[in-house]
Design a protein around this ligand. Structure first.
Ligand code: ADP
Length: 909
């Protein structure tokens, strides 16, 4: 593109030269005689053109200082004056006034103008060269130029007015006017200079300037110098070419001004676009504080469209106190120059259209345009950054607090663990000192202390394990539809035995028909067990009430409260008791057992489920711990309570052990054998809910009789029953031809509870095996006269411990260290009971049990599994293979029951 242009311009110059030469050749012999009038007309045109060129060049100079334009502008203005003078001297009206005759005056005044202009054009090139060299623009002082040019012009006038001139024409030579070569030389030099400068390739003005120089050069060399007398062909042609050369410069100037205006608009547009697309808000205000411009970023930040803020006082964008004081700031600055923000920048508050305020970074700069001052504010909304900083600080503080809590916790924990352990070691050492002496009263006391401390340690470790699971976020919620009634029953039942002989009642307050809730029943139960346990522990006399509150319409339960009339908690410690290892220091912790972890775990579990655990208490009056399930809609909880029934739990049911009339039985009948009336009632409801008919029996014997009589499709069997235990019932059922084929589902309480779990003929003992529990199991499974026990355990210590316990009962004991050994022993030892560890090398407990059960001889042999706390689901499953199914009471009974019943009864496709 640029190359094309350059070529075109090259051609234009060549064309100009060629046509000049051609015109010269044609015109040199052309006979022509012009007139004074024509000459005056051409000079008037030249004067006007030069004037225009001068003015425009100076305008151009003042819009962008550049010595070339200054010299050209003044040069052309001076030329205009000289040309005007030349026009006047040649007109016939004034010819009397001049000292010289027209044939002299006319060529010399022409020559003066030409020489003057060509010289200044050369000078303009030199000025550019100088600027180039000194690398600075606008070096020449305008005033000097004006003065010199005026002086030159004026002196020309004076010179022509007073000095008689020599002749100008020398017709005796080929070149009639040789003096024209001086300006021609200047034109040539300027032409060479500007061609070498090379700007003509891009710049429109310089292109036309070159053309003008070519035309000027041709005019002087080929035409005017060849004029032999006034007004001949060459004379007039040279005049015409002069006009043409001026016109060229004017064209170039106009083109350049046009180009400049276009560039200015484009750059303005660009600046606008940049300002408008800036993320920052950019606002300009005048000295009075009125908004001049408001870019899109500012619109976005402040929420105002620009129309609404332009010409308004900028204080509308500021909250108090800046809003009120802004004018004072500006006035003070204008008066004293004292800066608050200008040129400094700082964080201030801004106000949005909606009245909200936000932090922003504000940088203000001041611009002076003429005698006007403009302030430009650049604004960045830093709300997000501030927020992030705040969060970071908060997170840091929290992390610090967590670290402190953690180290406090560890310190506490090691202290809590060490204390009982020290006692164990201490007392054992005392006893070891004198092993030959009989124990005596003191010795027994020490042993009791050792045992108690050991138990306490175990409890601590179990709680810490729970806690670590909560902390590690390993606890997963298992949310399901949960019956509140069932939950309450599950919580209350384990305490029944404990309450016997105590002066404390355990009450349940529950609005009738309370709907079930979506929750994790296992975890909620764990929390309630802990709260009730605490309440009972710290209440000597009175009652502990488990109260369920609901909203007014009883559409949903809102809180579960455990209210006691016990010792209460000092106000000061109402918060700390929720921290790990915190117990009320009134000597109570010593008197009452405990780890100080229960409430901490309970609170974590509550949080996990989105509940709140609250406590109210009055010293000596009692405490109330509340689990807030739902934020209360109705504030007066007492109105909800008014409808609740206050009954001791379990509530006796009049028709518990009644057998439903057999005549009305639908095809599927379930026989429910359980000695516990409430459990029976709950289970009955649950099974009926599934659409089956239910028969109930309250003892093993009754169950056997009914099974034979009514031939149910399924039997659910509790194991822990007085008189005839579940496994006995099961054996009888299986031994009887009539009941053999009826599927039996064991429904029993969960393993972790103190009462133990019974799976078919398998019982479970938690490790380390407690003597009393072991004896209970023995009593339960060993009929009189049977005393052969096989202990299968890989740990020698465990075996010895059990052996020791058993020997005191005069049992006949054999032991094996794994399943394989035990199987080998079976043939010759024929045990009446097996105590079995599950995790053993060579052959583990479950494999042993499976193999054992395959032998009909041992299919009913009581096996007591000894296990460290938690069995996995697979293990439970494996053990349960001995019966149709095993269900844990509580937790998930409802759903499990449904699926088992369907599965066992083959109802599912
Ligand atoms: P623990 O009961 O094992 O000591 P908890 O975390 O359950 O641990 O309870 C912490 C402490 O809060 C208790 O030691 C006791 O001082 C106090 N506390 C809890 N429940 C009650 C209550 N119902 N009445 C009086 N004090 C209570």
């Amino acid at each position: 593109m640029a190359h094309e242009l350059r070529k075109r311009r090259d051609l234009a110059y060549i064309a100009a030269v060629v046509s000049g030469i051609f015109a010269h050749a044609v015109l040199i012999t052309y006979p022509w005689e012009g007139s004074t009038e024509l000459h005056t007309l051409m000079e008037v045109i030249a004067t006007l053109l030069a004037l225009m060129v001068g003015v425009v060049a100076l305008v151009r100079f003042y819009s962008e200082k550049n010595d070339m334009f200054l010299l050209l502008g003044t040069g052309f203005l001076g030329t205009a004056l000289l040309d005007g003078y030349h026009a006047i001297v040649t007109s016939q009206w004034f010819d009397q006034l001049w000292p010289s005759a027209p044939p002299s005056l006319i060529p010399w005044s022409w020559n003066a103008s030409r020489t003057f202009l060509s010289f200044l054009m050369l000078l303009s090139w030199w000025a550019w060269k100088r600027e180039e060299r000194l690398k600075e623009k606008g070096l020449i002082r305008e005033k000097v130029v004006y003065a010199v040019v005026s002086a030159l012009t004026l002196s020309s006038f004076v010179f022509f007015a007073f000095v008689p001139l020599p002749r100008a024409y020398y017709p005796e030579f080929t070149f009639g006017r040789p003096e024209e070569f001086l300006s021609a030389a200047f034109f040539l030099l300027a032409l060479i200079g500007y061609l070498k400068k090379g700007a003509w390739k891009e710049d429109v003005f310089e292109h036309w300037l070159i053309l003008s120089l070519i035309v000027g050069l041709i005019g002087q060399t080929l035409f005017m110098s060849r004029s032999l007398q006034l007004f001949d062909t060459m004379f007039d042609a040279a005049h015409l070419l002069k006009d043409l050369s001026y016109a060229c410069v004017l064209t170039g100037l106009l083109g350049s001004v046009h180009q400049m205006a276009r560039a200015l608009t484009a750059s303005q547009e660009r600046i606008h676009a940049i300002v408008d697309t800036a993320v920052e808000g950019i606002i300009t205000i005048d000295e009075r504080g009125f908004i001049d411009s408001f870019n899109r970023g500012a619109e976005h930040i402040f929420g105002y469209p620009s129309e609404e803020v332009l010409e308004q006082n900028v204080k509308m964008l500021m909250p108090a106190p800046d809003h009120e004081q802004h004018e004072e700031y500006i006035n003070q600055y204008l008066r004293t120059g004292h800066r608050k923000i200008i040129g400094i920048g700082r964080e201030v508050m801004g106000r949005r259209k909606d009245g909200s305020t936000f932090p922003m970074d504000l940088a203000i700069s001041e611009i002076k345009l003429g005698n006007q001052r403009i302030f430009t504010g650049i604004i960045r909304d830093i709300s997000e950054r501030k927020e992030a900083e705040r969060n970071l600080t908060q997170a840091k503080e929290q992390a610090d607090a967590a670290n402190i809590t953690k180290s406090k916790f560890l310190a506490n924990m090691s202290h809590e663990l060490r204390t009982p352990l020290n006692s164990v070691i201490g007392f054992t050492n005392i006893l070891l000192k004198d092993t030959n002496k009989p124990l005596g009263e003191q010795g027994t006391d020490y042993l009791n202390r050792i045992v108690n401390n050991g138990k306490h340690l175990l409890e601590l470790i179990n709680s810490i394990l729970d806690l670590s699971k909560v902390e590690a976020g390993q606890l997963q919620l298992s949310i399901r539809q949960t019956s509140i009634e069932q939950l309450v029953s599950d919580v209350v039942t384990p305490f029944e035995a404990e309450l016997v002989g105590r002066d404390v009642k355990l009450l349940v307050e529950m609005p009738p028909g309370i709907p079930s809730i979506q929750t994790d029943p296992g975890k909620l139960k764990q929390i309630l067990l802990n709260l009730v346990n605490n309440a009972l522990k710290f209440t000597e006399q009175g009652s502990v009430t488990l109260r369920i509150q609901s909203d007014l319409e009883r559409r949903f339960p809102t809180r579960i409260e455990v209210i006691d009339t016990g010792i209460g908690i000092p106000q000061m410690q109402l918060e700390t008791i929720f921290e790990a290892f915190q117990q009320v220091e009134t000597g109570t912790s010593r008197k009452y057992q405990g780890t100080g972890l229960g409430l901490n775990i309970s609170q974590s579990l509550c949080r996990l489920m989105g509940y709140q655990l609250e406590v109210r208490s009055e010293l000596g009056q009692g405490s109330t711990f509340s689990i807030v399930l739902q934020p209360e809609v109705v504030s007066s909880s007492s109105s909800g309570l008014g409808q609740s029934v206050r009954t001791p739990f379990p509530k006796p049911s009049p028709d518990l052990s009644k057998v439903d009339s057999p005549g009305r039985l639908p095809p599927i009948r379930v026989l429910l054998i359980d000695d516990d009336s409430s459990a029976r009632l709950i289970l009955k409801h649950q099974i009926e809910d599934l659409g089956y008919q239910v028969l109930t029996a309250s003892s093993g014997q009754e169950g056997l009789r009914m099974a034979q009589e009514f031939q149910p499709d399924l039997i659910t069997l509790d194991l822990l029953m007085p008189a005839m235990g579940g496994w006995e019932v099961l054996r009888e059922l299986k031994n009887n031809d009539q009941t053999q084929r009826i599927p039996v589902v064991i429904v029993s309480v969960v393993a972790e509870e103190a009462r133990g779990v019974h799976w078919g003929m398998v019982d479970l003992l938690n490790k380390p095996v407690a003597k009393e529990e072991l004896f209970q199991v023995l009593r339960r499974y060993l009929e009189s006269g049977k005393r052969r026990v096989l202990v299968v355990d890989d740990s020698e210590d465990s075996r010895d411990l059990i052996r020791e316990h058993l020997e005191s009962q005069e049992m006949d004991i054999e032991s094996a260290s794994n399943g394989e050994e035990a199987l080998a022993l079976m043939e010759r030892f024929h045990p009446d009971l097996i105590i079995l560890d599950l995790l053993m090398p060579v052959m583990d407990g479950l494999t042993f049990l499976r193999t054992l059960r395959k032998n009909p001889q041992f299919s009913h042999l009581p096996v007591v599994v000894v296990t460290a706390k938690n069995l996995t689901d697979e293990e439970v499953q494996a053990i349960s293979q001995q019966v149709s199914a095993v269900l844990k009471k509580g937790d998930t009974l409802n759903q499990e029951l449904q699926s088992v019943l369907k599965q066992v009864l083959g109802l599912d496709p």
